[in-house]
Design a binder for this molecule. Sequence first.
Ligand SMILES: Nc1ncnc2c1ncn2[C@@H]1O[C@H](COP(=O)(O)OP(=O)(O)OP(=O)(O)O)[C@@H](O)[C@H]1O
Length: 249
Amino acid sequence: MSHSPVLQIEELTGGYSLGHPVLHDINFEVMPGEMVGLIGLNGAGKSTTMKHILGLMTPHRGGVAVRGKTRDEDPEAYQSSLAFVPESPMLYEELTVREHMEFAARAYGVGTEDYAQREERLLKLFRMEEKADSLSIHLSKGMKQKVMIMSAFVARPPLYIIDEPFLGLDPLGIRSLLDFMMEMKSSGASILLSSHILSTIENYCDRFIVLHRGAVIAQGSLSEIARQAGMPGAALEDIFYSLVKEGGE
Ligand SMILES: Nc1ncnc2c1ncn2[C@@H]1O[C@H](COP(=O)(O)OP(=O)(O)OP(=O)(O)O)[C@@H](O)[C@H]1O
């Protein structure tokens, strides 16, 4: 397995208007086969960080590289190396579940045979077989979220950017997603995952990035950030609470 980072964020400062950065000098990496949790309070800057990674925002300073290249250096390779699951589903009302997955597969150049296998597997895993040919407008909230997830996973890129994916999913859906992320991870894929459900991600992520007011205030494995917080052996939720309290509201 390669030891170069799949995702590298260096001295990233950025925001929605030039004089008012929301992110301040962010530095972190995600290595191949790693699942990294991006955690922070509402407004800490998690989605803004993800928008920079996706190339939807231009940094004021610093930058983002995926597999060693910035988006400007090789836009096509950059974009096809990552898949994104947004916080709220964004679907085409007039497309079916299957058509969304086919659309994603085509965009990422997935071959017909690979696609057929992946589609069958994902529809079964997320218990969406009966809805495969339903228009997305006729789906429940959780089902719409599942379409976003399945469309990202059909592509099998080296890097997944996943923004708060558990909201709206039923307990079986959450379990299926966690199991599938672990499977992708063991096949070498990297995952940057943001979530407020700390007790759920605590045992799944290899490392955590704690964002507070647009800055990284701690990062590392559970035991490393526990040490940084002076709370060896503590649960992620308690460590997080202590770190953000110290960081100031
Ligand atoms: N479109 C926007 N225009 C201007 N400011 C924005 C915009 N979106 C977010 N912000 C601001 O950027 C900061 C970081 O927001 P961001 O959405 O990145 O937080 P977050 O950590 O993802 O929060 P949450 O947990 O609520 O999703 C906040 O102060 C927010 O008000």
